[in-house]
Design a protein around this ligand. Structure first.
Ligand code: FES
Length: 385
């Protein structure tokens, strides 16, 4: 049995509503090997995936609890042969179903089958607007293929979000990324500045932009927003470490979001798996209802009893819910510490030191990127941007 039900809820905290947003990470397997991959750094250790029947049961339980939004992600969810079965089941249950994909494996026939199964929406990732950098960062030759997949998605009439993770290497291309999304007729473009967890944390020194680069990029985004006049929505996700304001991570721990990992471990956020002592429960051992309401993992950072005095007495705690527990852990070694993105944190100096190192680490050769392991695919891909 994995995880514990010995939860100790903050008795003053209101009982949480349902997990409105369920993210089903169907597999950690992926044809890409991105330098900022959100898979756990040790993902290869967790390779026992839930089978089709177990996923269908998870979806039915979540829907019975009131979940309405379903994200199917990974890794690459298209690597699951049963994706169409899972989509059809989710659609019948009444979920709004979003496929979050690199696009690799989305043929015309498969897109048609997913449409028939009831898929509502597709989020397609790009790494850059140039083949050279896209392929280098993903460690695969996939740029042209992704471009073809974008037209397949549009041909099936799916609403399409293009997503691009931003960092020092592609921020200077932000205008061209917007023009690429426009040419592909995307409804939305999400320019998500790198969140430093998992592989992005491993590669943080090589990915971190300077504050000046971020300001310049945001100004360019605003110029394009004015030009596009609402024809394509552009979401610019600012890095909280630069803004010195903690983000309302997951809209609060265990408030609206639940993630089920490929092996069935249920988590309150994408990165919580790494937190020591979290004792995350598995859907193989407990019902989703037990996990959501009674598990130690989901109750750990609800309410404010866990907060430092700095956070508990802060006027912003109702907006940022204490910030991000995973960021606090990575910078300070304690998941309960004040989020070091916050200027009130006694650990803010560690964030500032990382930002100050960014200008010195400009040359890629000074800070080589570490790829998600797969040396064979890495061979021959060099970026000299
Ligand atoms: Fe885990 Fe923010 S990513 S709490």
């Amino acid at each position: 049995m994995r995880g514990s039900m010995a939860g100790s809820p903050d008795m003053a905290a209101p009982r949480p509503g349902p997990p409105l947003w369920l993210l089903a990470e169907l597999t950690y397997r992926c044809p890409l090997h991105c330098v900022f991959c959100s898979n756990p750094v040790d993902y290869a250790r967790h390779d026992a995936e839930l089978d089709t029947g177990q996923w269908l049961d998870v979806l039915a339980q979540a829907r019975a609890m009131g979940a309405v939004q379903l994200g199917l992600s990974g890794g690459e969810p298209l690597l699951r042969d049963d994706l169409e079965v899972i989509v059809e089941h989710a659609h019948r249950l009444g979920f709004y179903v979003n496929l979050i994909t690199s696009g690799i494996g989305l043929t015309e026939a498969r897109a048609k089958a997913l449409k028939q199964a009831g898929l509502d929406h597709v989020q397609l990732s790009f790494q850059d607007s140039t083949r050279e950098l896209n392929d280098f960062l993903s460690c695969t030759r996939t740029f042209e293929l992704k471009s073809r997949v974008a037209s397949i998605i549009k041909a099936q009439g799916f609403p399409m979000v293009l997503n691009c993770v931003m960092h020092r290497h592609n921020l200077p291309h932000v205008g061209r990324i917007i023009e690429m999304a426009e040419a592909m007729d995307a409804q939305y473009l999400e320019l998500a500045n790198t969140q430093y967890y998992g592989w992005a944390w491993v590669n943080r020194e090589a990915l971190m932009p300077t504050a000046h680069e971020l300001i310049q990029a945001e100004e360019e985004v605003n110029r394009h927003r004015a030009r596009l006049d609402g024809r394509m929505k552009i979401l610019w996700v600012s890095p909280d470490v630069v803004e010195a304001r903690p983000k309302a991570c997951m809209n609060g721990w265990g408030a609206v979001f639940m993630l089920v990992a490929p092996d069935g471990v249920a988590l309150p956020c994408h990165s919580a798996r790494m937190l020591p002592g979290l004792d995350a429960p598995s859907v193989r051992d407990f019902s989703l209802r037990e996990i959501w309401h009674d598990s130690r993992a989901f109750n750990a950072y609800r309410g404010d009893a866990w907060m430092s005095d700095t956070c508990r007495s802060c006027d912003d705690k109702g907006h940022d819910f204490g910030g991000c527990r995973c960021q606090a852990y990575l910078f300070t070694g304690s998941a309960a510490a004040t989020d070091p993105a916050c200027r009130k944190s006694p650990h803010r100096g560690a964030v500032d030191a990382m930002l100050e190192r960014a200008p010195q680490a400009r040359a890629a050769s000074e800070q080589p990127l570490r790829f998600v392991p797969n040396a064979a695919r890495q061979a021959g891909l060099v970026y000299r941007g």
